[in-house]
Design a protein around this ligand. Structure first.
Ligand SMILES: Cc1cc2nc3c(=O)[nH]c(=O)nc-3n(C[C@H](O)[C@H](O)[C@H](O)COP(=O)(O)OP(=O)(O)OC[C@H]3O[C@@H](n4cnc5c(N)ncnc54)[C@H](O)[C@@H]3O)c2cc1C
Length: 416
């Protein structure tokens, strides 16, 4: 850091390297914290080095009878996912990853090693607030994270998947968002709507998720989901599993995780209310357009992750993550392989721009910090909402010279 500051060398911070926009790399120095990978779990606490990855964390937690709502991807970096909020298989039951933080060790631009926690004397208290969901790369180099863990010794876990016919897309989107927003839907259930069209493969709407409980208790809950959709599902799969399997959902993200490396781009919106018939129909129409992409290579589609439950127990300014009252986060994705020709990549990128533009009038300005879209111009409002001015004050206090910066980084603002 001192070298970068003295020599004015651009500095990029990297933990798991999963930044959608590639903000953990750059033309100058890459400070990769991967080797800070110690994991110590016990007595209701977990202390992880900032280089610990998702699966490593879940294995260490499980061995100690503990659990945390960390990201589902096995290779995701703990620093990146937690600093941006952190959606998981347990979001509705246990809240965001950052909600479990108790202490963060960080090296700030002045070279000081600071241990920040809630209710520490100002300005460290503000810095802790900003690190909880404000997004990585903005305030300093996080070197370790200490979490309060959940006790899972008496818990059982179940995974499930429901699928409907392709003609039911709008009904599933509308029904799933209404069911997810319904206060009587148990927090123990956390699932996502997903439809991904592979080249030449017919795609169907699915809802996939995790239940903290036994398979036998899940049936009536899923019956209510099917009733909200108003169309009977064609497939219902319910399987008991262990904590690690429930937490990491390795196979759902498998293509980009364990298989050959794929490139991808994404955009996002915040789903603040259950989708209306008009907005669900617009989204379904966008997915329908993908059926014309037969044979172009790659895949495109969308994923709506659940919010609600414990996330909404805290006000939207409790931490820097502003979207606590929302129903979910929708991410539009396009993937391609190195052998996909450029015209086809452009076609998939254009689909992303089109679906984002088509949904904006329905969903408004909003997006997920952990799904940064380098094309988004109103990113400060979209990612940080009304919390942005306070984040700017923290930035002005701890990094006025903007040693830590990238295209969509927080900029210093007035300190009063
Ligand atoms: C396959 C895949 C699966 C995903 N699954 C989920 C999921 O289940 N839930 C979810 O919420 N998100 C998920 N994401 C999004 C993910 O949370 C973000 O991309 C996150 O920023 C990745 O963190 P990272 O450390 O792996 O990435 P990096 O690219 O290393 O870092 C991301 C950002 O954080 C900064 N940063 C990295 N290390 C540090 C550090 N030590 N101190 C300060 N800043 C740092 C970087 O500079 C960069 O700006 C997924 C992404 C991918 C690609």
């Amino acid at each position: 850091m001192n070298l970068a500051r003295a020599g004015r060398v651009p500095l990029a911070l990297r933990s798991g390297g999963h930044s959608y926009a590639g903000y953990s790399t750059g033309p100058g120095l890459v400070l990769d914290v991967s080797s800070l990978n110690a994991a110590i779990v016990g007595s209701g606490r977990a202390l992880f080095g900032a280089g610990v990855k998702g699966l490593q964390a879940h294995l260490a937690l499980a061995a100690a009878g503990a659990g945390l709502p960390l990201g589902r991807c096995p290779t995701i970096g703990l620093a990146g996912v937690t600093l941006g909020g952190g959606l998981s298989a347990f979001t509705r039951a246990w809240g965001l990853a950052c909600d479990h933080l108790r202490e963060i060790e960080i090296v700030t631009a002045d070279g000081r090693i600071r241990r920040v926690r809630p209710h520490s004397p100002s300005p460290d208290d503000d810095l802790f607030w900003a690190l909880c969901g404000g997004g990585g790369g903005n305030f300093g180099v996080v070197t370790s994270l200490e979490f309060a863990t959940e006790d899972i010794r008496d818990l059982s876990f179940t995974r499930f998947m429901l699928a409907w016919p392709a003609t039911a897309v709008a009904a599933v989107i509308q029904g799933w968002t209404a069911w997810n927003a319904d206060p009587s839907t148990p927090r123990a259930v956390c699932c996502a709507f997903e439809q991904l069209s592979d080249s030449g493969m017919p795609s169907v709407p699915t809802v996939t998720g995790t239940f903290i409980g036994a398979p036998g208790d899940l049936g009536p809950v899923l019956d209510r989901l099917a009733a909200a959709v108003g169309r009977p599902e064609t497939h219902r799969v319910i399987v008991p599993c262990d904590y690690v399997r429930a937490a990491s959902e390795a196979d759902r993200w498998g293509g980009g995780t364990w298989g050959p490396r794929v490139a991808f781009a994404a955009k996002s919106h915040i789903v603040r209310e259950p989708m209306t018939p008009a907005s669900a129909a617009e989204m379904a129409a966008a997915l329908e357009r993908l059926h014309g992409f037969t044979g172009v290579g790659g895949a495109s589609g969308l994923l709506i992750d659940a919010l609600g439950g414990a996330v909404d127990d805290r006000p939207s300014d409790a931490t820097a993550f502003p979207h606590r009252a929302a129903v979910g986060v929708v991410q539009y994705h396009s993937y391609w392989h190195q052998f996909t020709d450029r015209a086809h990549v452009d076609r998939r990128l254009q689909w992303l721009r089109d679906v984002h533009a088509a949904m904006q009038p329905h969903l408004g300005i909003g997006g997920y910090t952990n799904g940064m879209d380098p094309e988004l111009t109103d990113w400060a409002v979209a990612y940080h909402g009304e919390n942005y001015p306070r984040m700017q004050r923290v930035k002005a206090t701890c990094d006025p010279g903007q040693l830590f910066t990238f295209r969509q980084a927080v900029t210093p603002g007035p300190t009063t």
